[in-house]
Structure formats: structure tokens, C-alpha cells
Design a protein around this ligand. Structure first.
Ligand code: ZN
Ligand code: ZN
Length: 701
């Protein structure tokens, strides 16, 4: 290999020498490795090599190129390319170096082109050439290019070179062709641990969890050597398929072989236990970790979140903040999901603020998690704001927005966004349609609802599920078309479930239709053991039309059948802490104060014209007791607590596990007016935004 002289690629005369080369060592690599930190250094050495004609030595030239292409990171590759360009007859090593260098700089296309040029120039290739260019194909996810290289591998007789085969497995695995990767793997005569790990990585990337678990069983069977990288892949797979048996085996292996110091491995164990539902085992392992990075914290937090132990998820997140570990996207998605579940607005808002402060990219996953959070907390303004700011959105993001708007009483806005979604050619899915039908129901748009229901199947090829039928029953029932709703249920092509009849029963209650209400309860009890709520609805329906005897009868029927009332529970977040209240509850440490505040609050709204609605209260009690009893409903206690614990004008957010009762609804409307406060109450099915004496649900829920 000769070197064309004397073109130095960059200026070399300007500054004073940075490296003083007194004697050029026999192995130039050492010097280059030690001294070359910047392009300037390289320039200087280049000049020296040219001047002394040492660059004519192919070994020196090659080492110099390697420094230019690979060793000096964070520098553009141009210098190396120009050095390469000046080699008159670059050999295999020179090509290999430049292909590796280009791949390192993420210039995959160029690396592949360089390989093609090498073939055209009939330069001999070796296994390093193939592993280099296959890496470029793999990173590029260039399956076609990869296949062509594979062809050359076979043609030139490298088909049984383990090093090249590993690269092929990697490439196919990364290009989503894990089946082909497996074929290459199966045909290998001699597999080292890298081959196994390459295949595991392919399975992980394609989500072939079961295959990964089976592969490890096979690995144990044939007694192949595995390493910590293997175990991490297998543990991930165990978590996904819930294969606790193998996961525990690995746990024991880690313990017995003293691998506890490998933080990645122990984190994978924590994740596996959490995903297999053994959250407490995961936690004790997590607590014993000497060093915990953000991945370990995230695995544990997301474990709690997936197990629906949201309070523990948030409490661990607060510990993480105290430990000064910065959250990543996985952490934030889990935390937001727990906040959404608990209605923990303050903590969730902190996460949002953190994302803004750190200017973290609002990915689709993170953005959608924020949307779910704001939708579930009833923060409509934030919901829309985040949605508008998301740089890219998928069908899930749109669906969450539409559902969030609909369940918060913004039906018309929800439908506006649905039209926008269609205009942007984003295809709605079945869940989107639940959202839009729900929107029609809230906005009282019966015809629009009927039209969308038809369009769903006709234009979008989506078969309605029981939930969609339920939405239609809700639309009709809410509009007072009880008879139509009843007919609609009778004509359904699938068997109506208890939820459908329950929806109708609720409509009957509002529109005081006793006949169909009675019928609905019959259907419910024929399908499943009725909830206390069903009996209470019918009993309330009788009471509302003055049939008190029947109301009492239904209640005693419920008692005879041993159906207990689900205790009402309301929770409220004050200063980042969640407080829970039950009816007539004395558990709160500030109980006396809270009852006094409730008393005062009820007096104040009575003066403003509130009349207790006791038709739904315990029918067996005396009138006065009824009034006391309803004034101690859990949401009233929570509201009173909120009023004394928050500053004037702060909106108060409450989550309730059951439907809000008529009296609490009336009272809250009045409280919102008298105290000039906004209340956002999330009940079992929807949101109520109380403001200035009225509610966003228009008194239908
Ligand atoms: Zn109530
Ligand atoms: Zn309401």
C-alpha cells in the first residue's frame, strides 16, 4: 500500500506545537492513543508523518487512520475520510477501520457504501469486514442491505465463521426477523455465549418472551455457558410471561454465585418479581440493594403501580426524590399513572413541572400519560394544553383527550376534536368511539349519537361491543327516551349484560319511570347477584314518586338477601397527602374539627335556601336522624375538610367510590355558590364540575 504525498488535509502551520515529538516510537499506536486528543494533535502528527515519510509504512498509515476514525470520538469523521481518500491503494484493514468509524458516527449508509466500494475494487474481505458492515446494517435496520451482505458471506465462504454468524443473528434480530436469526443460530456448529445473547436480544426486541424463556431452558439442558447479560434478558422475559419458576431459579443462582453486586441484574430481578405479582419480594430485594440507580427505582415504582398499589408507588417516589435520584421517562409514566388513579393532582403537577423545567422531550408515551392524568383529575385546561403541545400524537392520545373531555361534561368540545382527528386522517379505534358516544350522551345529542353508532360499523369497520351498546342506552335514557332505550336493548344482537340494564335503571330513576325501572332490576338480578346500588336506585325511584312503602320493601329485600351497602368513601388531596373519609367516620385525627366544620357548612347553605333531600336517606329512620345522617355522607366530610384546609378560591378535588347521591349533589352545588369555590368530584362513572351553583353534568348522572 502506497501513500500519496504530500497533501496534509488541514492547516498545520498556525499554532505553536502542542505535542513535541522527539522520537517516533516503533509502535505508533501507543503514541496516537496517548497523545491524540483533538484534531489539532492529529494534524500535527500527520504533518510529522508526511515530512518524515513514515506514513509510507502501511502499518503506520493504518494506525493513523484508526486514530482519525475511531479513537478521537466526538469529532467529525471528515478528517478520517480525507486521510482514507489519500491512501492510493487502501487495504482490507484500512477499509475495515473506515467502515467501523463510519458506523460509530452513525453514518450507516456511508459505511455500507464503503463496503460496496471495497467489493468493487476487489479488495479482500475478512471476518472483521463482515461484522463491521453487518453492524451498520443492523443499526440502520436495513434488512435488504443485510440480506445482500449475508449473500456475500455465504459466497465467500464465511458462513461458518462464528464471529460473522453472531453478527448475522444480531442484524436479523434487530431488523425484526428473529425467525431468520434463529435459523442462523440453529445452523451454527459452535455457539459461544455471544451467539446465545444475540438471539436473546433479538427475542427481547421482538417481544418474543415465551421463546426467550424456552431458549433458556434449552440452554440449561445442553449445559451452555451463560453470563449476566443472558440472565438480564431472561429475567425480562420471565416478568412478561409471568414465569416465576424460572425467575426464582435465577434469583437463587444470583444469590449463590455472589452476583448481588450487579445492579442491572438485581434490578431485572426486582422487575421480574414485581411483574409476576410478588411485589413485596421485589421490595425486600430492592431495599437490600446497596446502590440504586434510576432504573432500579423505576422498576420498583412501576411494580407498585401495576399492582394497583398507587399510594406505595407515590410514597416510594417521594423517597426517590429525597435520595436525589433524577426520574426518567419510565419513572414519570408510572408516577403519573398512580397519580391519575388516586386523583393526586399536586404530585402529578410536580412531574409536569419537572418535565417543563428540564425541557424533557414530550414523547407520545409521556405526553399521553400526562393526558390520562389530567383527564382523570378533571383538569380540562391542562388536558387540552398538554395535548396541543405534544409534538406527535397517536390514536391513543386523541382517544384519551376525547374521553377526558366527554367524561368531564365537555361533550361538544370532544366531538370537535373527533372531527379534527378525522380531518387529520387518524383512524379512530373502538375505544375512540366509546369516547365520542359518551360525548353525545353528555351533550344530549341523540341524533348525532345514533349517526355515529351507524358510521362506526359502516365507515370504520368496527363491530360494536357491549360497551358501545351501553353508550347508546345511556344516550337514549339520558334524553328521557326510556321506551326507545328499552326497545334498543331488546333488539341488540348480543345478549345484554347487567351493566346495560343498570344504565337503563339509572335513567329510569332520573326520569321517574317506575315500570321499566322494576323490569330492569329483574333483568339485573337474573344475570348476576345485584349490587346494593341497584336496590338503592329502585328504592330511590319509588321514594321519588312518593311510593315510600315500596321503597322500604326494596330495602328490606336487599337486607334479607344479605346484600350490604358498599360503604361510601371520598378522598381528597391536601398538600400532597390523600385523606380518606367514610360516612359517619371518626377515624380522622381531626375528626371533631371536621364535624364542627360540616355542621357550620350545612347551616350556611340552609340559610341560602338548600333543603335537605332525604328521600334517599335511610327510610327507616326518623326525619331528623335522616337529615343528620345525610349531612355526614363521606363527600360532605371531605368537602368540609377541604374548606378548612385550603386557601380561599382554591378548587377542591374529591374522588368518590360510588355514585354521588342526590342530596350531596344538591348540597355541593349550593356550597360552590355560597363559598365561591369550584369542586371537581370524580364519582364511580363520571366527573362533576361544580361552580356557581350548578354542575357540569346538568344534574344527570
Ligand atoms: Zn351523599
Ligand atoms: Zn353533577
Amino acid at each position: 500500500m502506497a501513500v500519496s504525498l504530500p497533501i496534509a488535509p488541514a492547516k498545520i502551520t498556525t499554532t505553536k506545537p502542542i505535542i513535541i515529538i522527539t522520537e517516533f516510537p516503533t509502535n505508533p499506536k501507543t503514541l496516537l492513543l496517548q497523545k491524540c486528543k483533538t484534531i489539532k494533535d492529529l494534524n500535527q502528527i500527520h504533518a510529522h508523518l508526511i515530512k518524515t515519510r513514515i506514513l509510507n509504512d502501511p502499518l503506520v498509515a493504518e494506525n493513523f487512520l484508526e486514530s482519525a476514525a475511531i479513537i478521537i470520538r466526538n469529532q467529525p469523521i471528515d478528517y478520517a475520510i480525507s486521510v482514507f481518500g489519500n491512501l492510493t491503494d487502501p487495504n482490507t484493514s484500512a477499509y475495515n477501520v473506515i467502515i467501523r468509524g463510519l458506523t460509530l458516527k452513525k453514518m450507516y449508509q456511508e459505511a455500507i457504501l464503503m463496503f460496496k466500494k471495497m467489493m468493487e475494487n476487489n479488495v479482500e474481505v475478512d471476518e472483521f469486514t463482515f461484522s463491521g458492515v453487518l453492524k451498520a446494517c443492523s443499526r440502520l435496520k436495513g434488512l435488504e442491505e443485510g440480506k445482500q451482505v449475508h449473500g456475500k458471506v455465504m459466497k465467500l465462504g464465511f458462513g461458518s465463521c462464528g464471529f460473522v454468524e453472531n453478527s448475522l443473528i444480531n442484524m436479523y434480530g434487530n431488523c425484526g426477523q428473529v425467525g431468520v436469526a434463529r435459523k442462523v443460530f440453529d445452523e451454527m456448529s459452535d455457539r459461544d455465549v455471544y451467539a446465545w445473547n444475540a438471539l436473546f436480544a433479538g427475542y427481547t426486541k421482538s417481544g418474543c418472551w415465551k421463546e426467550a424463556v424456552d431458549l433458556f431452558w434449552y440452554m440449561l439442558e445442553v449445559g451452555a455457558r451463560f453470563d449476566e447479560v443472558t440472565l438480564v434478558s431472561v429475567l425480562t422475559a420471565c416478568g412478561r410471561v409471568g414465569c416465576l419458576e424460572l425467575g426464582e431459579w435465577i434469583g437463587k443462582y444470583v444469590e449463590e454465585n455472589g452476583l448481588n453486586g450487579n445492579i442491572t441484574l438485581v434490578t431485572a430481578l426486582v422487575d421480574m418479581y414485581a411483574k409476576c405479582g410478588h411485589v413485596d419480594t421485589a421490595r425486600s430485594l430492592f431495599d437490600r440493594m446497596l446502590r440504586k440507580d434510576v432504573v432500579a427505582w423505576s422498576a420498583m415504582i412501576s411494580g407498585y403501580n401495576q399492582a394497583n398499589r398507587c399510594k406505595e408507588a407515590l410514597s416510594l417516589f417521594h423517597d426517590m426524590q429525597k435520595a436525589d435520584v433524577e426520574p426518567n421517562e419510565v419513572t414519570m409514566v408510572s408516577v403519573l399513572s398512580s397519580c391519575a388513579e388516586l386523583g393526586a393532582l399536586a404530585t402529578g403537577k410536580w412531574v409536569h413541572f419537572y418535565i417543563k423545567k428540564k425541557k424533557l422531550p414530550l414523547t407520545v408515551t409521556l405526553g399521553t400519560a400526562l393526558l390520562v392524568f389530567y383527564a382523570k383529575c378533571g383538569s380540562i385546561e391542562n388536558l387540552v394544553e398538554v395535548f396541543e403541545k405534544m409534538p406527535s400524537k397517536n390514536v391513543l392520545s386523541w382517544t384519551v383527550l376525547i374521553q377526558g373531555l366527554a367524561s368531564n361534561g365537555q361533550g361538544k368540545t370532544a366531538l370537535k376534536y373527533f372531527d379534527l382527528m378525522l380531518a387529520k386522517h387518524i383512524k379512530p379505534n373502538d375505544v375512540t368511539f366509546i369516547g365520542v358516544l359518551c360525548a353525545c350522551s353528555h351533550a344530549g345529542l341523540v341524533d348525532k349519537g345514533r349517526a355515529l353508532f351507524v358510521s362506526m360499523t359502516r365507515d370504520f369497520n368496527i363491530e360494536p361491543r357491549i360497551e358501545h351498546y351501553g353508550c347508546m342506552v345511556d344516550i337514549l335514557g339520558r334524553a328521557g327516551l326510556i321506551e326507545d332505550a328499552y326497545q334498543f336493548i331488546q333488539n341488540m344482537p348480543i345478549k345484554p349484560n347487567a351493566v346495560i340494564w343498570r344504565t337503563l335503571l339509572a335513567s329510569c330513576k332520573v326520569h321517574k319511570n317506575v315500570r321499566i325501572g322494576e323490569e330492569s332490576l329483574k333483568y339485573i338480578t337474573s344475570l348476576e347477584p345485584a349490587h346494593s346500588g341497584d336496590y338503592l336506585l329502585l328504592s330511590g325511584l319509588y321514594a321519588s314518586v312518593g311510593r315510600l312503602k315500596d321503597a322500604v320493601r326494596v330495602r328490606s329485600e336487599m337486607k334479607e338477601k344479605g346484600i350490604k351497602k358498599t360503604p361510601g368513601c371520598s378522598s381528597i388531596e391536601v398538600n400532597g397527602l390523600i385523606h380518606e373519609f367514610f360516612s359517619e367516620d371518626n377515624a380522622h385525627p381531626e375528626s371533631n374539627e371536621i364535624y364542627a366544620a360540616t355542621e357550620k357548612m350545612m347551616q350556611k347553605i340552609k340559610m341560602a335556601g338548600y333543603v335537605p333531600n332525604i328521600s334517599e336517606a335511610r327510610l327507616e329512620a326518623e326525619d331528623y336522624d335522616k337529615e343528620i345522617s345525610i349531612s355526614h355522607h363521606s363527600e360532605k366530610l371531605a368537602i368540609a375538610f377541604g374548606l378548612i384546609k385550603t386557601l380561599d378560591g382554591t378548587p377542591i378535588r374529591i374522588s368518590k367510590n360510588l355514585r354521588v347521591c342526590t342530596d350531596c349533589h344538591d348540597a355541593t352545588k349550593m356550597i360552590s355558590k355560597v363559598y365561591n369555590r369550584e369542586f371537581i368530584v370524580r364519582d364511580r362513572t363520571r366527573f362533576h364540575h361544580f361552580k356557581d351553583g350548578s354542575c357540569s353534568c346538568n344534574d344527570y348522572w
